[in-house]
Ligand binder design. Sequence first.
Ligand code: URA
Length: 248
Amino acid sequence: MAVTGSGATLWHALGMGPLWRERAAAPSPARSGMQATAQLDWDGLEQAVAACTACVLCRTRTQTVFGVGSRNATWMFIGEAPGAEEDARGEPFVGQAGRLLDNMLAAAGLGRECTGEKAVYIANVLKCRPPGNRNPEAAEVAACAPFLQRQIELLQPRIIVVMGRFATQALLVTDASIASLRGRVHEISIGARRYPVVVTYHPAYLLRNLADKSKSWDDMCLARACYARLVPTPADTPFSASSGTTPP
Ligand code: URA
């Protein structure tokens, strides 16, 4: 299947594309940014994000929105981009959609303030707000991709939940719909590690489509079942999970 659009851009910026394509490509700003970013620890990464001027969004943001939650969390939730309230407060998912997300997390026994196995880390594909909440551009995704990659590498979550069409298509490198991707566990590779990925609706979508809330709960249950099935592995080895996209 041909990979197109912002998903393809993220994939290649993360260095996850086929090798022959990577070797043929001229080094891009996003790619060289990734090499520098790959060395950073959490604090260095947060500073690099705060200082980033790699795309036009730096001109209109109030501040960058790095991520929130425990840096030891085993759960990672990924959304699209900051909205107006996130841009004002510097924290992801603090508006109405964020309150719904917090309620859903609490129902699953998780939370951004929690520790241990209840702890989550929440980040977005983009660290700056697109003006007027427009859709992210491919160039913006490519510029930001090294930051999300490094967040995943530093966190090494046991499971990733992607929320909404944009984050899903970017992380899974697909143009497929959320409806067709829900209900099974996907997998992405970053560096030597593989990560299970569960797809669900964006909380902002659920606010407009209440009937799909129960499907979102099903997704959370799928993620919990997958999480329970996985055994933590030593820090420098890929976790052992069944390959491909499988039900728990
Ligand atoms: N929507 C997102 O995708 N992320 C946020 O942080 C807020 C709203």
